[in-house]
Write a protein that binds this ligand. Sequence first.
Ligand code: ADP
Ligand code: MG
Length: 524
Amino acid sequence: MKFSELGLSQDILDAIVTHGYVEATPIQENTIPLTLAGKDVIGQAQTGTGKTAAFGLPILEHIDLDNKNIQALIVSPTRELAIQTADELKKLGHDKHVDVQVVFGGADIRRQIQNLKSRPQILVGTPGRLLDHINRKTVKIDQVKTLVLDEADEMLNMGFLDDIEAIINNTPADRQTLLFSATMPPAIKRIGVKFMTNPEHIQIEAKELTTDLVDQYFVRMRENEKFDTMTRIFDVQAPKLAIVFGRTKRRVEELSRGLEARGYHAAGLHGDLTQQMRSRVLAQFKSHEINILVATDVAARGLDVKDVSHVYNFDIPQDPESYVHRIGRTGRAGAKGVSVTLVAPNEMDYLRGVEELTKKRMTPLQPATLQEARIGKIKNAADEVSKLVNTVDVDEIQSEVEKLTNQYSAEQLAAALLSSVADLAKQNTPVEITRERPLPRRRGNGGSSSRRNGNGGSRGGSERRGGYRGNRDRRSNGGPRREGGGANGERRFGDYKRRDGRSTERRTGGAPRQHREFTVREKD
Ligand code: ADP
Ligand code: MG
């Protein structure tokens, strides 16, 4: 469907054209008219299908430029996602001259306060820092017309819930509330609905929750063989741009160091790094200076990096929903991708749990042998040598070149060059990855939501359990700390009265069931 049929005004339509979007995606087509009409909306659609613009465009449409209050507030789980969302809104709101600002923890608050003096109409932020600003009265959200929880299930999960409630309490009761995510476990949705008024639930019913564009594989192996197996797969698959997921921050640290030690261009991204470090790592990844980003689930939520070709799950996630979000980092906006999940024999139930949720079988992949890996490495090195041949300046090194060519055959020189570029010796660098406690036995088909509520057992150090995430934003700004611990979540969920039946379910995309109808016009 054309954007022009959705009821948007000309300056917004112009910005869409400038942005290179030709057709609205199904989630945009189905939610934009409702959001424009002022309804509360839960928007659920596959990762990478343009949910940001789905809530962003009607918000921009409604902005009153003469009103210098914050009219729309978008809450994001991470700093990177907040920045990404603000950037997209700035671009789409450029022609209308909308002022969009972003606040997040770990960055200089005085600078943010300075930026806020421009009186933005739209504010994007992470929960902890937003609350900090609200408490300092440097952000006033009592005139907010639209509140968005992006990655809503993550935001309403136990780690963030207190902050979200506190933020919502500062907004007017008659605001419009929008929740967007690819996944929405029923228990989490019930919490969300509590904050909404007669919401419409738009679910773009994809045939599968993960896209057809991603070839999904799994490799079954012993825990202590995972690292070697993964690097061999790298050598054979030669990923152009890959994200490796580890279950904990420690894992991410160890994996990124281990990969570096073996000669890969890798770096880690997780919540304990400074903001400067995180920004640097993400910039390096986007510019392909490093081609392997190792990340935790939360750190990579919602990230839209162009051309991510491969996703590797070093650890299978505990929640099947996390799998959906991980895989969603590739196969974005019509591109193709590959995913490989490493799974220990005792975790096979989790794999089946993921398959139940995604309604898609993963293909077993034979781990590569050392020999295959070496051949792969040499082949990759050959590609690199070809690139080098085209860029090297011979004049400068003429005399040494002549010495070598007189002394050795072309074959000998090429072989030496290849083995140096391939750096085969590094393949054997010993790397020790600390053993993580195995996932608790998965109990039956209890449904993902119940596991999220803590029934899956709490695991020390896991990023998915409560405590840590809520604290992360505050750690840097000295705010109060919340006690951690998995059991917490269960209690907190218990505090809510369940109120069902207030939301109207609407499923779309029935007949042809073709989802990802994307038309992207290449910009030069
Ligand atoms: P999601 O939040 O659903 O995971 P994003 O909002 O991050 O997806 O969008 C994914 C990518 O698709 C972004 O690069 C975005 O610019 C692009 N995109 C969004 N809407 C469209 C559209 N209508 N046509 C083409 N590309 C789009
Ligand atoms: Mg998104």
